[in-house]
Design a protein around this ligand. Structure first.
Ligand SMILES: [Zn+2]
Ligand SMILES: [Zn+2]
Length: 215
């Protein structure tokens, strides 16, 4: 099992890197990604915070013999822009954190993939229940094609229960790369990814897991 979406005290999570790593090890995870919110978030990382976090990640990696990816979750801003710190990340997630009109929602996501597809690894919690922006099925198809074209993974997120089943069904005959994440902000949810792997098994057989080399 792997959990590639965990928040630490370096953004709005309540647990330290050390505590998250220990919990992940206890729960038998092989890899985790600490993806704190980025510069646009009021509690997000700064380059200075990232340097401190990196030291903790490396210490915990050695102590627990666990793969810990150093990541960030960028909000998707107007016109698909992202605020990405100048830092050498292992994984970059981009997600919408606003309630938008359906038109604006799709505009931001498609522009983000077109403009920043080479900088991001994962599209986070698409069509989250928490940020309900409506749906347009023809543009869903465009998103799926852009994900494949830009080699960006679709995240299956157990906190947001996203993407919804009907979206996953649309991916089932295509080779969409995927990632999995609990979006844990507290220690008790670290590794809560059973639902994610279940969805991947059911709907994303044609796609590859983003860290398939570690499975
Ligand atoms: Zn998010
Ligand atoms: Zn998150």
């Amino acid at each position: 099992m792997m959990d590639l979406h965990v928040h630490s005290v370096y953004s709005d999570g309540s647990a330290s890197v050390e505590e998250i790593a220990r919990k992940a090890k206890e729960r038998g995870l092989k890899a985790i990604a600490i993806v704190d919110h980025s510069l646009e978030h009021k509690k997000g990382v700064t380059e200075e915070k990232l340097r401190r976090r990196q030291v903790e990640i490396e210490t915990a990696r050695d102590r627990y013999d666990l793969e810990i990816l150093s990541g960030v979750e960028c909000g998707i801003l107007p016109d698909g822009d992202i605020a990405l710190p100048n830092f050498d990340f292992d994984i970059v997630v981009a997600s919408i954190h606003d309630i938008l009109s359906t038109r604006e929602y799709y505009h931001r996501i498609k522009e983000c993939l077109r403009k920043n597809g080479d900088k991001i690894d994962v599209l986070g919690h698409l069509h989250s229940e928490m940020f309900n922006c409506g749906r347009d099925f023809s543009q869903d198809v465009e998103i799926i094609d852009l994900l494949i074209e830009c080699d960006v993974a679709l995240e299956i997120n157990s906190l947001h229960r996203a993407p919804p089943i009907d979206f996953l069904e649309m991916c089932s005959n295509k080779s969409v790369k995927y990632s999995v994440g609990s979006d844990a902000h507290t220690l008790d949810r670290v590794g809560d990814v059973k639902w994610c792997f279940e969805m991947a098994r059911r709907f994303l057989k044609g796609g590859k897991f983003i860290l398939s080399q570690l499975l």
